[in-house]
Design a binder for this molecule. Structure first.
Ligand code: ATP
Ligand code: MG
Length: 330
């Protein structure tokens, strides 16, 4: 445009050659800053939208809140025993038409190892969440050492109940940091002990920097079993009186899983709730709760349960049959 209009002006004698060249050079110098200004404005606007989203999140009121100070029951100062009792425990997710947990009644004694089994989607993970009050609960339905969990400060409850989720999350950081998520102030010695208990110590020896190895997205990739054992180690570091494992040993072979449970039980008499799809692991537990459609339909020891017709016997026979098929196929 400058050349087209400029040459016209030049011919008409309204502009000198020197003037035209100077004009072109000035405009050229303006191009980069103008582009930069556009880029800056663009970034600014994106930032503004992100900031609004962050603000929205920060302003959101949590649905599960600490009880009113006047409702908080006096909390025992001594270590909890870890006795969980459910009286007609119901859970309904927001927007769901039916209760996911539909009136569960059970009592888990201190130091007991209880397995929870049942078909896919029967509500096992929801039960695990209920133990840590991570789903909305009505008062008067779930009690830890006789105290209603809805009348307990959330921080206290979640320190006393360690839950290992089905899918543990690893941060892009060192293995030691990932383990310390359970207790940020833990000494190196305790971190190593927890790793030992979770049968992770041998794996760590093979890592380039031991506990200082960065894992996760930008570090080395852990196998499913290593990831699960890291999540378990993290929970063990909390030394909570109640440990809830939500299918947390599914990617660990049976012998290792049994060894892990033995070592946890030998060191501490904590209450353990083990949700599992592997019935052979459940068979070794003190008691088994069998769930179906949000209800407990059977409970007892493995030996008694396989004698009765019912869900457990069916699940057991199906699993035995599929194992035999696998053996034949291999
Ligand atoms: N956040 C949620 N909101 C609504 N419904 C949910 C939510 N989480 C789970 N559900 C529903 O609750 C039911 C029970 O889910 P849950 O995860 O407790 O099953 P599960 O027994 O742990 O299954 P799996 O054996 O696959 O782990 C399912 O029908 C599921 O769709
Ligand atoms: Mg589940």
């Amino acid at each position: 445009m400058l050349l087209a209009i400029g040459s016209g002006q030049l011919e008409a004698g309204r502009l000198s050659i020197g003037g035209l060249v100077a004009l072109i050079l000035y405009v050229e110098q303006l191009v980069f800053p103008t582009a930069l200004l556009g880029f800056t404005l663009n970034t600014f606007q994106t930032g503004q939208v992100s900031l609004e989203r962050v603000e929205e999140l920060l302003k959101r009121e949590p649905k599960i809140k600490d009880p009113d100070p006047s409702d908080v029951q006096p909390q025992p100062t001594a270590k909890r025993q870890g006795r969980f009792e459910a009286r007609g425990l119901k859970v309904q997710y927001q927007g769901a038409e039916q209760n996911t947990l539909n009136g569960l009644n059970f009592c888990i004694e201190p130091g007991e190892l209880v397995a929870v089994v049942g078909a896919v989607g029967c509500g096992k993970t929801t039960l695990a969440r209920a133990f840590g009050r991570m789903v909305p609960l009505e008062p008067g339905q779930l009690f830890l050492d006789g105290v209603d969990v809805t009348q307990m400060p959330l921080k206290r409850l979640r320190r006393d109940v360690a839950i290992v989720p089905q899918e543990g999350f690893l941060f892009t950081s060192t293995l030691a940091d990932n383990l310390r998520y359970g207790d940020p102030d833990a000494s190196d010695q305790r971190v190593e002990l927890a790793a030992e208990q979770a049968r992770l110590a041998d794996d760590v020896k093979g890592f380039p920097d031991g506990f200082g190895t960065v894992v996760g997205e930008r570090g080395i990739t852990l196998s499913g079993g290593q990831r699960q054992r890291t999540a378990l180690g993290r929970a063990l570091l909390m030394s909570a009186p109640v440990l809830v494992l939500d299918d947390a040993l599914a990617s660990v072979d049976n012998n290792t899983a049994a060894a892990i449970l033995d070592s946890i039980r030998a060191q501490d008499d904590r209450t353990i709730v083990m949700i599992s799809h592997q019935l052979s692991a459940a068979a070794a537990c003190d008691r088994i709760l069998v769930m179906e459609n949000g209800r407990i339909v059977q409970q007892g020891h493995h030996n008694a349960l396989i004698q009765q017709p019912g869900v457990y016997k069916r699940l057991w026979e199906r699993q035995q049959a599929s194992q035999q098929l696998d053996a034949l196929a291999s």
